[in-house]
Ligand binder design. Structure first.
Ligand SMILES: Cc1cc2nc3c(=O)[nH]c(=O)nc-3n(C[C@H](O)[C@H](O)[C@H](O)COP(=O)(O)O)c2cc1C
Length: 311
């Protein structure tokens, strides 16, 4: 199972580069600014959030902890950040919603070959309290993941191939919810998402699990931000491992970051408490980083906070 969670596609080049690309975004500290009152809080897609951070959809969390996604949702609610439940979750959307009152819940969609199955699922989400549908576009087929093959495990098939751009309207109408497009690595797909009415885009390469050799997300983020030019919020994930990384993402123009593996490890080690610990470490690190950048809140982070090393 460790190999399933930790691994990436191919030679795991993108898995590694997702991390190292953030380390090439250097932060520019500022001094003698009054930072006695620093807050990591922000408005994220119209909702107050304690951090510019979202728990990304990660499949099969029942393998990490008995309570699976229910534990994650409770930790997210306690920390005041949104949690995005995967279609491939171990718990159903209604179970997770019931287990975590007050959580800000998003739902990540893979479309079933049988449209009716997806249609029934979509039309139930709003009544359980889910706020948006996150359509993942980077899994037309499953990436070639050597570590999974070693164990003869193939937990995920190709799902996104049952959906094309023209179907986004159908997702929005059937669910009655805004649609976020996740898995964007290019200006072209960001533009298409915008043209098809996406509420936001998530720059993501599935944590290096799909196209190996894919451009790392810190680099793709700049291309996407230039293209959408603040017309919609841009989120980013892949290799975000600290509050400093969250601030690097903001400096490159993102509105928020998502994390996958970091909270999965917290869940594996200590269930709900473990996810809370991870979120609390991110929150503290965002506050410290903001203060050292001479900023008092995430919305004050801009391009002048970063300098790119060797791009
Ligand atoms: C084990 C695992 C399962 C995942 N399952 C899904 C999924 O079901 N749906 C989805 O959209 N993304 C899925 N992702 C991708 C994450 O949402 C996210 O893009 C990625 O983990 C971010 O990279 P990070 O792990 O470096 O933070 C998964 C990632 C991992 C590691």
């Amino acid at each position: 199972m460790y190999d399933y969670y930790a691994g990436g596609a191919g030679s795991e080049q993108t898995l590694a580069e997702n991390l190292s690309a953030w380390s090439r975004v250097w932060l520019r500290p500022r001094g003698l600014v009054n930072v006695s009152e620093v807050s990591s809080a922000c408005v994220l897609l119209g909702t107050q959030s304690s951090l510019p951070l979202v728990l990304a959809p990660v499949a099969a969390q029942g393998l990490l902890s008995d309570d699976g996604e229910s534990a994650t949702a409770r930790a997210a609610a306690a920390a005041g950040v949104p949690f995005c439940l995967s279609t491939s979750g171990s718990r159903s959307p209604s179970e997770v919603a019931a287990a975590a009152p007050g959580a800000s819940l998003w739902f990540q969609l893979y479309v079933d070959e049988d449209r009716q199955v997806t249609s029934d699922l979509l039309s139930s989400l709003a009544s359980f309290g889910y706020r948006r549908v996150v359509v993942t576009i980077d899994l037309a087929v499953a990436g070639r993941r050597e570590r999974e093959r070693k164990h003869e495990a193939r937990p995920v098939g190709g799902w996104a191939s049952w959906l094309t751009w023209a179907d986004l309207d159908w997702v929005r109408e059937t669910s009655g919810l805004p649609v976020v497009v996740k898995g964007v690595s290019t200006a072209e797909d960001a533009r298409l998402a915008l043209d098809h009415g996406a509420e936001a885009v998530v720059v993501s390469n599935h944590g290096g699990r799909q196209l190996d050799g894919c451009v790392p997300t810190a680099v793709a983020l700049r291309e996407v931000v230039d293209e959408v030019h603040r017309a919609v919020p841009v989120l980013v994930d892949g290799g975000i491992r600290s509050g400093a990384d969250v601030c690097r993402a903001l400096a490159l123009g993102a509105d928020a970051a998502m994390i996958g593996r970091p909270y999965a490890w917290g869940l594996a080690v200590a269930g709900e408490e473990g996810v809370r610990e991870v979120l609390s470490a991110f929150e503290e690190d965002v506050r410290i980083t903001l203060a050292l950048l001479g900023r008092t809140r995430p919305s004050e982070v801009d391009g002048s906070c970063a300098r790119l090393a060797g791009w």
